[in-house]
Ligand binder design. Structure first.
Ligand code: NAD
Length: 271
């Protein structure tokens, strides 16, 4: 079985971003991501610190906006202010948001062109990069996605269709999940349910991508029962160390993409 580790493609992407950020800086524009964290969610705090550290290593500014509490109106106003700042290329709101605010209302205040996780969702792009790196063929493959969230399952289905895969999307109301997963050449699971996918649900030799991140007894685990699935699958991502490292980098990649686009627009306007 091939272990689909994220660290090699992540290392390549890091080097690419480092040189792209340096090229931008040489023109006088430092790429900048503004990340907003509301409330005291420990995991989100850790993710934000990791992003900031990674940004420092790559020459990308990560502005950390840590807000203990805020109303929907206050948050929307901060996001609009960030959207208007020419030095900010990307905006990210760490999730989950506190229950006191409506997620849709807050996210709608992010300037569309700068929305580095909504407009160009990072996790699906990370999954596609990982599969491409390991040469997993998508054209003609039957891909079963378990989970239909707006940030993972739905946009991933579009990217897979774009790559000419045949796509089935399952969710918590799907009847008889196993009949779908057993037909798949590639199973991608993003449900947030530890142990949801077991070895007997996988066709021998299939590729399994585990997007899930769950903490069980203080340990980070995915949605796949690693032991039983690794005995059947042809390729499988570890958790941690699979999709995760690429997702964080993809947020920064989207920021650099925006910075380059702004630079090109400014360049054209100057001509
Ligand atoms: P979500 O809660 O928004 O969506 C979960 C999806 O799973 C829904 O479509 C739901 O219908 C489906 N689901 C739930 N229980 C199911 C079941 N028993 N059978 C079939 N489908 C079921 O979650 P999300 O934001 O899409 O995240 C999903 C998981 O991926 C979480 O564990 C999250 O932490 C993780 N995640 C990881 C990364 C990464 O970089 N690795 C990025 C984003 C999210």
């Amino acid at each position: 079985m091939i272990l689909l580790e994220g660290k090699t493609p992540a290392g390549l992407l890091r080097e690419e971003l480092r040189s792209r950020a340096a090229a931008l800086a040489a023109t006088g524009h430092a790429s900048c991501l503004a990340a907003v964290l509301v409330g005291g969610d420990k995991a989100s705090d850790l993710y934000l610190r990791r992003k900031a550290k990674l940004g420092r290593e790559l020459g990308i500014t990560v502005e950390e906006h840590r807000i203990p509490s805020a109303s929907e109106t206050e948050l929307a106003s901060l996001l609009r202010e960030l959207g208007q700042r020419p030095d900010v290329d990307g905006i990210l709101v760490e999730q989950p948001l506190p229950r006191s605010v409506r997620k849709e209302k807050v996210l709608a205040a992010i300037e569309w062109a700068k929305d580095v996780d909504g407009r160009t969702p990072a996790t699906p792009k990370a999954v596609m990069r990982l599969l491409r790196h390991y040469g997993i063929r998508l054209a003609g493959a039957h891909v079963v996605i378990v989970g239909h969230s707006d940030v993972v399952g739905k946009p991933l289905a579009m990217l897979m269709l774009h790559a000419d895969a045949t796509v089935t999307v399952c969710h918590k109301l799907t009847r008889d999940l196993v009949t779908h997963t057993r037909q798949a050449d590639i199973v991608v699971v993003a449900a947030g349910v530890p142990g949801l996918i077991r070895g007997d649900m996988i066709r021998p030799g299939a590729t399994v991508v585990d997007v899930g991140i769950n903490v069980v007894d203080g340990k980070t685990v995915g949605d796949v029962d690693f032991e039983s699935v690794s005995a059947v699958a042809g390729a499988l991502t570890p958790v941690p160390g699979g999709v995760g490292p690429l997702t964080t980098l993809t947020i920064l990649e989207n920021t650099v993409d925006n910075a380059e686009r702004h630079f090109m627009t400014a360049d054209c306007a100057a001509d």
